[in-house]
Ligand binder design. Structure first.
Ligand code: ATP
Length: 370
């Protein structure tokens, strides 16, 4: 493991910013650290870089405990959201500055500056000053400066947030190419789910200082480990239900029962649970189809609104149990006021404990029993 965080915890006074977070990065991986504003992402980056001394927990780089070591003793490259280029230095001098503390000769330094400016396609701008570059070019100089010392880990803290959408998407591809070419182990911090899912091999999802999910984008999307991941990565409907049998796990929504496919932890009979299912996984059928078959639950209801959002329709249905479900349809939408049945396929339902203090996954969508 190149980078390993073990039970990392950080408080700012009474504020618990990072709460017992553990995860690691393997050599060459590109991992996104994803979560909403204030969930503790920057604190984790600052702790890895050595600018914040964690309240508790350990940080290891290449199996060496660096928790107590100063930033200069760690081989970590960082690019922040805001530019930290020196305005009075040229592009070449800025990149060389990152190499200044190393014990390398002038010739080797020149060679590395050229190599890394080439990597970010800015060799011709070597003598320009940062103010003469576009926002995207400045980001690339910062990448070259962070990469030239050949760090063990590259930390990118919301590096694209200050850029407009088109440039962000272009630079995202550029970062993927550079990461692929250099093979540098990278932690990419973002609050943007789409950016994280497009770029990363794996996502580490944070919620209020705690780790809420750690897996590939597909696994987290299709089989979310927590209600937070279910709703943060794409849209999710939450439907209250009750456990009516343990083996096999069976839930009831109103008076309709459905046997679920696998159980992570057997929920007690009578427990209140929440079923999460994505709008694109729901479908609509005529109301007389309502009921439960072996593989799906059909719940009757009335169409409240139909929104034409371009490539699809978002159909909101109020069910007979009083819940509202959003169904994504690509064609043939019903009309508002129409009676319908909403179909929930059982292999797309993830079930969580409804207790706010103990929101663990009970039954996973799309997961085979281990
Ligand atoms: P953002 O994307 O908004 O920067 P973040 O996910 O990076 O958010 P952090 O910046 O790590 O989150 O902040 C985590 C929590 O710690 C927040 O509640 C924040 O208000 C608090 N916090 C961060 N820095 C300090 C500080 N220097 N002093 C006190 N509280 C802080």
């Amino acid at each position: 493991m190149i980078l390993e965080l073990e039970s990392l915890t950080h408080r700012y006074g009474d504020e618990l910013a990072v709460d017992d977070v553990s995860f690691g990065l393997e050599e060459g991986e590109l991992v996104a650290l994803l979560g909403p504003s204030g969930c503790g992402k920057t604190t984790i980056v600052q702790a890895i870089a050595g600018h914040v001394r964690p309240t508790a927990g350990r940080i290891r780089l290449r199996d060496r405990d660096v928790t107590e070591e100063p930033p200069e003793a760690r081989r970590v490259g960082v690019v922040f959201q805001e530019s930290t280029l020196y305005p009075h230095m040229t592009v070449g001098e800025n990149v060389a500055y990152g190499l200044a503390s190393g014990d390398i000769g002038a010739r080797e330094r020149e060679k590395l500056v050229t190599e890394y400016l080439e990597l970010v396609a800015l060799r011709d701008q070597r003598d320009a000053y940062p103010a003469e570059l576009s926002g995207g070019q400045q980001r690339r100089v910062e990448l070259a400066r962070a990469l030239a010392p050949q760090p063990d880990v590259l930390l990118l803290d919301e590096p694209l947030s200050a850029l407009d959408r088109t440039l962000r998407e272009r630079l995202r591809e550029e970062i993927a190419r550079i990461q692929d070419e250099t093979g540098v182990t990278t932690l990419f911090v973002t609050h943007d789910q789409e950016e994280a899912m497009a770029l990363a091999d794996r996502l580490v999802v944070m919620d209020e200082g705690r780790l809420s999910g750690n897996a590939t984008p597909r696994v987290l999307y299709e089989s979310p480990p927590t209600p937070f991941v279910a709703s943060f990565l794409g849209r999710s409907n939450a439907l209250p239900a009750t456990v009516v049998a343990r083996e096999p796990p069976t839930v009831a929504v109103g008076d309709r029962e459905l046997e679920l496919q696998s159980s992570v932890r057997s929920p007690p009979t009578g427990a209140s649970v929440t079923c999460h299912v994505r709008p694109a996984d729901l479908s609509i059928s005529p109301p007389e189809a309502a009921g439960a078959s072996g593989t799906r639950l059909s719940i009757p209801g009335e169409v409240v609104t139909v929104a034409d959002v371009g490539r699809r329709y978002d159909v909101t249905v109020r069910t007979e149990t009083g819940d509202e479900l959003v169904v994504e349809l690509t064609d043939d939408p019903p009309t508002a006021g129409e009676r319908v049945a909403v179909e929930l396929p059982r292999d797309r339902i993830a079930v969580f404990d409804a207790d706010e203090n103990e929101r663990q996954r009970l039954v996973a969508a799309n997961e085979t029993r281990g």
